[in-house]
Design a binder for this molecule. Structure first.
Ligand code: IPD
Ligand code: CA
Length: 160
């Protein structure tokens, strides 16, 4: 009885050590796979991935495309996330629309889920609601934000 208990433990030890080896191999192959799929259009910040497909369209169209892909329009909640989106803007030399707007209440900018924004990076003088028609937010290659008409066409960046 004692002997069969011991050999059971030894069997389990071998199985655990096999699994540890397989896990290490999987981790290293996954790490390489991440590098490949992030090149050149994706950026990882913590748990978040930002990605562009190169598509350009108005706010509603960008919002719909990100959602259809299982993500949402990029919604930076801190400076590191903002910088990652900025890198994609610089790479394409095209401004993007963020998942932020004040469509519901003028001057009160919210994420797509209705939450008030917790971070902003407005260009000096913005948001100015130019001509009373600017409810969406574009991110310039400087990383700074400008409110802009949602009907304009901008580059897509989704977050997942
Ligand atoms: C405008 C200016 C302005 C900004 C507006 C833009 P435009 O560009 O950059 O500072 O607040 O959102 O539309 O119309 O002069 O090319
Ligand atoms: Ca503006």
């Amino acid at each position: 009885k004692g002997d069969s208990g011991l050999s059971e433990i030894n069997l389990l030890k071998r199985q655990v050590s096999t699994l540890e080896g397989q896990l290490r191999a999987l981790q290293s192959s996954f790490s390489k796979y991440k590098q490949v799929i992030m090149f050149p259009n994706g950026r990882i910040v913590g748990e978040k991935i930002f990605m562009t497909s190169g598509y350009e369209g108005n706010f509603d169209s960008l919002k719909q495309r990100c959602s259809q892909a299982g993500g949402q329009l990029a919604s930076p909640r801190n400076a590191a996330e903002n910088a990652a989106i900025q890198q994609i803007v610089v790479l394409y030399n095209k401004s993007v629309f963020l998942g932020i707007n004040d469509i519901q209440t003028e001057g009160r900018f919210k994420y797509l889920n209705g939450e008030n924004i917790v971070y902003s990076n407005w260009q000096t003088g913005e948001p100015n609601n130019d001509n009373g028609v600017e409810d969406c937010v574009e991110l310039y290659s400087s990383g700074k934000w400008n409110d802009k008409s949602c009907g304009e066409r901008r580059l897509i960046v989704c977050e997942f």
